[in-house]
Design a protein around this ligand. Structure first.
Ligand code: SF4
Ligand code: SF4
Length: 547
C-alpha cells in the first residue's frame, strides 16, 4: 500500500485521498475553513497550506492528492508563517464582534485566531463596514461583515439542497454572498448553512441572541420528524430546548437535518400552555376532569381496568421501543389480549430524495419488530359499533383514526398517556402526563432497521427527585450533563413504561423494571436479531439489526 510521511509519521493511504483527508484520519490537525467533508473542494481559504518536500511552493492540503513517498510538513516555519499571514488577511476587515456573536465559543475563526495567528494586528485603518442584518430567508440571517467568503453555503445549496439560491457578488473587499434578485434562501434544508458557516456570518433567526453556547448543555438525540431518524444534538439552557442541530452519522443523515424536523420537533417540549401540570381524572360525580396526584390517577386507572374485557390498546410509532414493548406486555400478561395496534402516519408529499421519508413517525419499524400492526378496518368498525369499552392509548391522538368523531363518545373510558393536550383529550377518563422524547432514555428503529438511542436533554420533576435520591454523581443516568438544568421549568411527567409498570403493580403484576435499559434488555431478548443487546451495544451512532 502507498505511504506518505506527514510530520515524520509514515502513514498508509487509499488512492485518491488528499493530504488533508489522510492527516484527519490519522489525528493530525490541519486547519481548514472552506473544506467540508460533505462538499466539493473549492480551495479558496488557503489556511491549509502545507510544505511538501521537493515542491517549489506551499500547497493546499485540501486539494493536493497524497502520493507514494511524499513527505509533508504541517508545522514548519514556512507553514506557520503562511498560516499567520492568512489569519491576518482574514481578520483585517473582520468586525471582531465576538462578544455579541452567536458563533462565539464554537467559531473556527475565533479558535484559529488563538492557534494560528500572531495575536496582534498591524492594521490601524478604519475597517470596511457592511450590512450586519440581511435576512436571507425565513430562517437564516446574514452578517456581511463576518463572512470570510469560504463559499461553503453556496456549495451546500448547489450540491446538497440542489437549489442554487446563493451566489457571490462584487470582488475584493466588497465581495459578499446574496440570493438572486427577488429570491430567498428558502429550501427544505436551508438551515444547514448555519452550522457549516465556519464563522458567525449565517445565524438562525430562531436562536439568535438567545444564549451563549458555554451556558448550554448538548445532548445526543434522534429527530422524531420522520422515519429517517436523523442524528441530532439538542441544545438546552435553563432546562429549555433552544435549538436542534445535526449530528454526523454517515449511515443515516451524513451531516444534515431538514428544516422541518429541526424546527417542528422541540417547541412543544417547552410549551407550558400545552403540557399537563398533573395527571388528570374524570370524577364520577360531576364527570369533569380534575388534576390529581400520580397515585390517585394510577389507582383510578387500575380500578377501571381491573377485570375489564373489550379493551383496545393503541401503541405509538412516536414512542420508544421500551414504551411500546411495555404496553404489549401489559396487554398480554394482565388482560391476555393481543389487541394492540398503532395508527400510521404516511405523507408522500413530505418525502424527498435527500433525507425526508414519507413515514412521518420515528419508530414504526420498531413496532413491526415488536409484532404490533397498524389499526385495521375491522378495528375501526368495532370502534364504531361500540365494541370497545376501554381504549388505552399511549403517545398518540385518537383523532388520527379516520372518522373518530363517529365513535369517540361510544368509548366508556379513554385512558391516555399524553405529553401535550390534544383535540380529544377532554374526553379522557384518565390522562397520564407522558415524558417527551427529549426527557427520556429509550430507543427508536429507523427505516433502515437501525436501532438508535435517545437520551434525556431536559429534566422532569421526577428526574430531579431521582437525582436528589441517587446523588449528583448519577446525573448522567438521568440526563443533564451540567448545571444548565438547575433553573427553569420542570414538567410533571413520567416515561410511559414506568406508568404502565405502576398500574401493573396495582393489578398484582410486578414487571420489575428499574430503568429503561432493563426494559430494553428484556425486549431485545424477544427479537432474534437483538438477542443480548444493551444500550452500550446500540452505542452513540446506533446499530442496524441486520449488521
Ligand atoms: S456566509 Fe459563511 S459559509 Fe457563506 S461564504 Fe461567508 S463565511 Fe462561508
Ligand atoms: S429528514 Fe426526517 S428525521 Fe431527518 S430532520 Fe427531517 S424530519 Fe427529522
Amino acid at each position: 500500500m502507498a505511504k506518505i510521511t506527514i510530520d515524520k509519521k509514515e502513514i498508509e493511504f487509499k488512492p485518491g485521498q488528499t493530504i488533508l483527508q489522510v492527516a484527519k484520519e490519522n489525528g493530525i490537525k490541519i486547519p481548514h475553513f472552506c473544506w467540508h467533508p460533505g462538499l466539493s473542494i473549492s480551495g479558496n481559504c488557503r489556511i491549509c497550506l502545507v510544505e511538501i518536500e521537493k515542491f517549489p511552493k506551499l500547497s493546499i492540503a485540501c486539494a493536493t492528492q497524497a502520493m507514494d513517498g511524499m513527505v509533508v510538513h504541517t508545522k514548519s516555519e514556512k507553514v506557520v508563517k503562511s498560516q499567520n499571514a492568512v489569519m491576518e488577511f482574514l481578520l483585517i476587515n473582520h468586525p471582531l464582534d465576538c462578544p455579541i456573536c452567536d458563533e462565539a465559543g464554537e467559531c473556527k475563526l475565533q479558535d484559529y485566531a488563538y492557534k494560528f495567528s500572531t495575536g496582534q494586528s498591524r492594521f490601524d485603518e478604519e475597517k470596511n463596514h457592511k450590512d450586519k442584518r440581511v435576512p436571507l430567508g425565513p430562517n437564516v440571517m446574514f452578517d456581511q461583515e463576518r463572512c470570510i467568503s469560504c463559499s461553503r453555503c453556496i456549495r451546500f445549496c448547489d450540491e446538497i439542497a440542489k437549489d442554487p439560491q446563493l451566489t457571490f457578488i462584487q470582488r475584493g473587499e466588497k465581495v459578499t454572498i446574496t440570493t438572486f434578485p427577488g429570491k430567498e434562501l428558502d429550501n427544505p434544508y436551508s438551515m444547514n448553512v448555519i452550522e457549516i458557516c465556519p464563522v458567525g456570518a449565517l445565524t438562525s433567526r430562531h436562536f439568535r441572541f438567545r444564549a451563549r453556547v458555554w451556558d448550554m448543555s448538548f445532548t445526543d438525540s434522534i429527530c422524531i420528524g420522520c422515519s429517517r431518524g436523523c442524528n441530532s444534538t439538542i441544545g438546552v439552557r435553563n432546562n429549555e430546548i433552544l435549538r436542534i442541530e445535526p449530528r454526523q452519522n454517515l449511515d443515516v443523515n451524513e451531516y444534515w437535518l431538514c428544516d422541518w424536523g429541526r424546527l417542528n420537533t422541540y417547541k412543544y417540549v417547552n410549551d407550558e400552555s400545552l403540557r399537563f401540570k398533573t395527571p388528570i381524572i374524570k370524577t364520577e360525580e360531576t364527570e369533569k376532569q380534575i388534576g390529581v396526584a400520580w397515585d390517585e390517577a394510577i389507582s383510578k386507572a387500575a380500578s377501571e381496568l381491573n377485570g375489564a374485557k373489550d379493551i383496545l390498546f393503541i401503541a405509538s410509532p412516536y414512542s420508544t421501543l421500551e414504551d411500546n414493548y411495555t404496553l404489549k406486555k401489559f396487554a398480554k400478561e394482565i388482560f391476555k389480549s393481543d389487541e394492540v395496534v398503532y395508527i400510521p402516519n404516511i405523507d408522500e408529499s413530505f418525502a424527498d430524495d435527500l433525507l425526508k421519508k414519507a413515514d412521518k413517525t420515528p419508530n414504526s419499524n420498531g413496532l413491526k419488530l415488536l409484532g404490533i400492526n397498524p389499526i385495521s378496518e375491522s378495528h375501526i368498525e368495532n370502534l364504531k359499533a361500540g365494541k370497545y369499552k376501554i381504549v388505552y392509548i399511549i403517545g398518540d391522538d385518537i383523532s388520527r383514526i379516520p372518522e373518530s368523531e363517529k365513535f369517540i363518545k361510544k368509548i366508556d373510558s379513554l385512558i391516555y398517556h399524553l405529553s401535550t393536550k390534544t383535540k380529544n383529550s377532554e374526553y379522557a377518563y384518565v390522562i397520564f402526563p407522558k415524558s417527551t422524547y427529549a426527557e427520556i432514555n429509550g430507543t427508536f428503529v429507523n427505516f433502515q432497521n437501525r436501532v438508535q438511542r435517545l437520551k434525556p436533554a431536559v429534566v422532569t420533576l421526577e428526574q430531579e427527585r431521582l437525582i436528589g435520591e441517587y446523588s449528583i454523581s448519577r446525573l448522567d443516568k438521568f440526563g443533564a450533563q451540567n448545571d444548565t438544568w438547575s433553573h427553569g421549568t420542570r414538567f410533571n411527567a413520567r416515561p410511559t413504561w414506568k406508568i404502565l409498570a405502576s398500574i401493573a403493580k396495582s393489578l398484582g403484576h410486578d414487571f420489575k423494571f428499574e430503568n429503561s435499559e432493563e426494559v430494553f434488555m428484556e425486549l431485545a431478548n424477544t427479537i432474534p436479531q437483538m438477542k443480548g443487546w444493551d444500550y452500550e451495544i446500540v452505542g452513540a451512532k446506533g446499530k442496524n439489526i441486520n449488521s
